[in-house]
Write a protein that binds this ligand. Structure first.
Ligand code: NAP
Length: 322
């Protein structure tokens, strides 16, 4: 039986990846910085809370990292734990850089010292590309990060490449573009739009206030994206691969789609310049050819269908109270 450690198992991606690995017959160990009832909510939602082992561990602490790896002797480590919000990274730049970089170095050092056969997956992000000159983004596009989050992910990315090249580790970067699901945290754009729109439709909120929505992004569906993480780790060589839908849509289109579905008038939409980011990019989309050809990943969903799924689930579970 293969053993996998998933750092950040309580998050959106960690939960879906855990489900996938449990279904594939892995023993799954997941980390959280601090265990409490709410931290396993997403695992409960997917019905796998009793099929995974949860460990309290902080990857920014090297001893905690070494202890965890020695205890479980994993075959694969998926490093998903991170301060994952771009917006929050402008509020907490030092904490974001410290955690997102140190944690990767600690795990790679621990692998190098304990068992260099352990495979390592790093949750890299399309945010690293930032100010792009040419679309679509490919694995060869130069990195030009535009936020503390993106800087942390770019540094982690190069650390992974460096450990692979210097020490011959199986260390790979899955460079994921935005992906969404019902389990995405409520403070991220798509979930925020859906939940606040539901509140408007129930007369519990007056208007929807948003920042710059005349920008385009490449969005996908999380359960398909975690499949790519696993495929990347099964390939015979460690690769860095972009995982994306290959198309971008305006944030405004997302709002209009949700408003239409809920019968909300467009005059409920307010653009608030105080919510604009310090820097933003007009359009971003990637090329998923390498993912399709090299690791055999398949993806052809329309993001509007994904939106419908998330909206349906929010309405079914009826958790919007304000
Ligand atoms: P998420 O829901 O925010 O989960 C990340 C987990 O990391 C949290 O549940 C948290 O678990 C843990 N964590 C550890 N240190 C943290 C810290 N300092 N601050 C906040 N949380 C911390 O993120 P996700 O959407 O699953 O994304 C997984 C990984 O993929 C992240 O590294 C993210 O940056 C990256 N990524 C995500 C996307 C996307 O569209 N979702 C795109 C590209 C890359 P505990 O509180 O239990 O410790």
């Amino acid at each position: 039986m293969k053993i996998a450690i998933i750092t950040g198992i309580t998050g959106q991606d960690g939960s879906y990846l855990a489900k996938l690995l449990v279904e594939k017959g892995y023993k799954v160990v997941g980390t959280t910085r601090s265990y409490n009832q709410s931290s396993t909510e997403k695992l409960k939602y997917l019905g796998i809370q009793d099929s995974v082992k949860i460990e309290e561990a902080d990857m920014s602490d090297v001893f905690s990292t070494i202890k965890l790896i020695n205890k479980y002797a994993p075959d694969e480590i998926y490093n998903l734990a991170a301060q994952s919000s771009v917006g929050l990274s402008f509020e907490q730049p030092i904490g974001t850089l410290q955690y997102n970089i140190t944690s990767v170095l600690n795990i790679l050092e621990a692998i190098r010292m304990s068992n260099s056969k352990i495979k390592f997956y790093q949750a890299s992000s399309s945010e690293m590309y930032g100010k792009v000159k040419k679309l679509p983004i490919t694995e060869d596009t130069a990195l030009h990060p535009l936020s503390p989050y993106a800087i942390s992910k770019a540094t982690a990315y190069w650390t992974v490449v460096n450990y692979r090249e210097s020490y011959n580790l199986f260390a790979c970067n899955g460079i994921l573009f935005n992906h969404e699901s019902y389990l995405r945290s409520n403070n991220f754009f798509v979930k925020k739009i859906i939940r606040e729109s539901i509140a408007i439709s129930k007369n519990k909120q007056e208007v929807l206030k948003v920042g710059n929505i005349d920008i385009k992004r490449d969005f996908g569906f999380t359960p398909d994206y975690v499949q790519a993480m696993w495929l990347l780790m099964q390939h015979h060589t460690a690769e860095d691969i972009t995982i994306c839908s290959g198309k971008s849509i305006y944030l405004r289109e997302i709002i209009i789609h949700i408003f239409k579905n809920l019968g909300i008038s467009e005059d409920k939409l307010i653009i608030d310049p105080t919510l604009f980011r310090p820097v933003d990019i007009e359009d971003m989309y990637g090329d998923n050819t390498k993912a399709k050809v090299i690791i055999g990943w398949q993806y052809d969903k329309s993001f509007f269908n994904v939106l419908d799924l998330i909206l349906e689930e929010e309405l079914r579970l009826n958790t919007v109270s304000s």
